[in-house]
Design a protein around this ligand. Structure first.
Ligand SMILES: [Zn+2]
Length: 80
């Protein structure tokens, strides 16, 4: 299997971002993100959500915050 698998990468994004995966999984998912723009976009969204929620001290993204981040990212992408 070359390049990894989208559902597996997406499934593990939060663990990947939180640095909770073994090194070989980190490398596999990192390689997949580099070769797969849709998954990389999802990765960027989750990184932003994590950054925002850690700044406010929560450990889960409130739905409205997630919706706002998604909307702003989509606006950026539609502009490009
Ligand atoms: Zn993918």
């Amino acid at each position: 299997m070359a390049g990894g698998d989208c559902s597996e990468a997406l499934d593990r994004l939060f663990e990947y971002i939180d640095d909770e995966l073994p090194q070989e999984e980190v490398q596999k998912i990192g390689a997949h993100l580099k070769s797969c723009p849709p998954c990389e976009a999802e990765h960027q969204i989750k990184e932003k959500i994590k950054a925002l929620t850690s700044r406010t001290g929560g450990d889960k993204a409130p739905e409205d915050l997630r919706a706002r981040v998604l909307a702003s990212l989509r606006a950026v992408r539609e502009d490009a």
